[in-house]
Design a binder for this molecule. Structure first.
Ligand SMILES: Nc1nc2c(ncn2[C@@H]2O[C@H](COP(=O)(O)OP(=O)(O)OP(=O)(O)O)[C@@H](O)[C@H]2O)c(=O)[nH]1
Length: 433
C-alpha cells in the first residue's frame, strides 16, 4: 500500500529570518538609543555654549572696558595705584558672582541649572583650589593646547550628570599684573589676599579652567521613555512582518508539500498494481534498464541478473469455476508469496505484469537458487487456503540470465519464450534458457 509519508515543512528559513530580524532589531535599537542620548547631550551642550558666551562676553567687557578705565584713573592719580577690589578688578570674581545671582534666579524658578566651578592650581580664593583630579585635567589642558574642551556623562549619587570643562586662555602680559610677581602687584590686592597665592604665574601658561555640571537624570529618563516607545513600535512592525512572512511561507510550503504528496501518490499508483500491491509493468520498465545499466558497470565475474516469469496454469478456469473474486484472491495470495520470497533474497524485486503473469528480477544468483525459488513458490501456492477453492494451484515459469549489454526487450522476450516452452511442455514446470 502507498504509505502516506507526512510532508515536513522546512522551518529553518523561518529560524534564520527570526534571528536576522532579532539582530537587526538589536542593532537598530542600540543605535537609536545612542542617538537619543547623543541628541540630549548635544542639546545640553548647545545650551551651555550660550552660557559660556555670556560669561566670556562679561569677562571681555571687564577686561576691555572696565579695567582700562580703572587703570587710567590710577595713572592720573585719581585712584590710588595700590587700589584693588575684586568686585571691580577680578574678572573671575565678577563672573562667579554674576553666575551665583543667575543660579539663584534659576533655582527660584525651579529651573535646572549648570553648576559653575573654577579650578586653579594656586588660586587666591581657596574656593577655587583644584582637586587632584582637576590638577590632572589642568595639566592635560596645558600639555595639549588643541584640547579646547572635554565633556562626559558621570554618575554622581545615582544621578546622571553631564560634566563639561574648558581651559582659560593662556596667561598674557596684562594677566601677570595681578598674577605675576607679587612685588609689582597692586598693594590693595596684597593687602586683601596676601602675597602667597595667585602669583608667580608664567606667561603662556594656562592657570585655570572652568567646569560646569548639569543634572541630566530627568532628561535621560524622558529620553528613555521616548526610546522605549520607538523600540516598541519597531518591535511591533518587525513582529508583524515576521508573522506575515511566516504565514505566506508556510502557506506556500504547504501548497508545495501537497503537490509533492500528490505527485508521489500518482507515481505510486502509476507504478503499482492495485490488486497485489506489487510493482507493475510500468515499474518494471522503469527499474529494469537501471538494473541492466548497473550490471554493465560491474565486473562480469562478480555480478549477474536473472529474470523469472511466472504464469498460473489454467487461471481462466479458476475464474470460470469459482468466480472472479476467488480468482482475485488467488492472485493476491501469489502476490504475498512472491513478496515473501523476494524479501528472503538479497537483491530481488517482484512484479505483476498483468493478468496472472508475474516476474521476479534477481541479482547475483545462480540456477540452483532459481530452481529452489520456483520450488518454494509452487509449494507455497499448493498450500494456500482460499474458502471455496478446492483446487491445487499450479504455476509455470521461465527463467533466463541477462547477457552483457542486452536490451531489456530482448531479455523479456527470451524469458517469455522460456515460459512459453514451459506451457508447451505440459505446464507446472520451470524452463531455463
Ligand atoms: N480474477 C481475475 N482474473 C483476471 C485478472 N486479470 C486477468 N484475468 C483473467 O485471467 C485469465 C487468463 O486466461 P488465459 O490467458 O487464457 O490463461 P490461462 O487460463 O491461465 O491458461 P494458461 O496460461 O495457458 O495456462 C482471463 O480469463 C482473464 O480474464 C484479474 O485481475 N482478476
Amino acid at each position: 500500500m502507498y504509505s502516506n509519508s507526512e510532508f515536513r515543512i522546512n522551518k529553518k528559513p523561518l529560524y534564520w529570518l527570526a534571528t536576522a530580524l532579532l539582530f537587526s532589531y538589536l542593532i537598530i535599537t542600540a543605535s537609536i538609543y545612542q542617538q537619543v542620548k547623543n541628541t540630549i547631550i548635544e542639546n545640553k551642550l548647545n545650551e551651555l555654549n550660550q552660557h559660556i558666551l555670556y560669561q566670556t562676553s562679561l569677562r571681555q567687557y571687564i577686561n576691555s572696558q572696565l579695567k582700562p578705565i580703572i587703570y587710567n584713573l590710577q595713572k592720573e592719580h585719581i585712584l590710588s595705584y595700590d587700589f584693588f577690589d575684586p568686585h571691580l578688578l577680578s574678572s573671575t570674581f565678577i563672573s562667579r558672582k554674576v553666575y551665583q545671582i543667575f543660579d539663584k534666579k534659576l533655582d527660584a524658578k525651579d529651573l535646572n541649572s549648570w553648576k559653575y566651578r573654577l579650578a586653579a592650581k594656586n588660586p587666591r580664593n581657596p574656593v577655587n583650589q583644584a582637586t587632584p583630579e582637576e590638577i590632572e585635567l589642568l595639566e592635560k589642558f596645558n600639555s595639549d593646547r588643541n584640547l579646547k574642551q572635554i565633556h562626559r556623562v558621570e554618575m554622581i549619587n545615582s544621578q546622571e550628570t553631564l560634566y563639561y570643562a574648558a581651559p582659560f586662555n593662556a596667561n598674557e602680559a596684562n594677566c601677570l599684573m595681578c598674577h605675576g610677581d607679587p612685588k609689582t602687584a597692586p598693594k590693595g590686592l596684597i593687602e586683601k589676599y596676601g602675597s602667597e597665592h595667585g602669583f608667580n604665574e608664567k606667561l603662556g601658561d594656562i592657570r585655570a579652567f572652568v567646569s560646569y555640571r548639569l543634572n541630566i537624570t530627568e532628561s535621560m529618563l524622558n529620553a528613555n521613555k521616548t526610546f522605549l516607545i520607538i523600540s516598541l513600535i519597531i518591535f511591533a512592525f518587525m513582529a508583524a512582518f515576521f508573522a506575515l512572512a511566516s504565514w505566506s511561507y508556510l502557506i506556500e510550503q504547504r501548497r508545495k508539500g501537497l503537490i509533492i504528496q500528490q505527485q508521489q501518490e500518482l507515481e505510486y499508483v502509476a507504478h503499482h498494481d492495485f490488486l497485489t500491491n506489487l510493482t507493475n509493468r510500468h515499474g518494471l520498465n522503469r527499474d529494469l534498464p537501471v538494473q541492466l545499466a548497473k550490471l554493465n558497470n560491474e565486473p562480469v565475474h562478480l555480478s549477474n541478473l536473472w529474470v523469472i516469469m511466472l504464469d498460473i496454469d489454467f487461471f481462466k478456469s479458476i475464474n470460470d469455476d469459482f468466480g472472479h473474486d476467488i480468482g482475485d484472491l488467488t492472485l493476491q495470495k501469489l502476490g504475498e508469496i512472491l513478496k515473501t520470497e523476494k524479501n528472503n533474497l538479497e537483491h530481488a524485486e517482484a512484479y505483476r505484469l498483468g493478468g496472472e503473469e508475474f516476474l521476479i528480477v534477481i541479482r547475483n544468483t545462480d540456477t540452483k537458487i532459481i530452481k529452489a525459488l520456483y520450488k518454494d513458490i509452487c509449494t507455497s501456492l499448493a498450500a494456500i487456503k482460499i474458502a471455496g477453492l478446492n483446487r491445487i494451484i499450479k504455476i509455470s515459469a521461465g527463467a533466463t540470465e541477462a547477457q552483457p549489454n542486452e536490451h531489456q526487450y530482448e531479455l523479456l522476450k527470451r524469458v517469455d519464450q522460456a515460459l512459453y516452452q514451459a506451457k508447451e511442455q505440459g505446464r507446472a514446470r520451470l524452463i531455463i534458457i
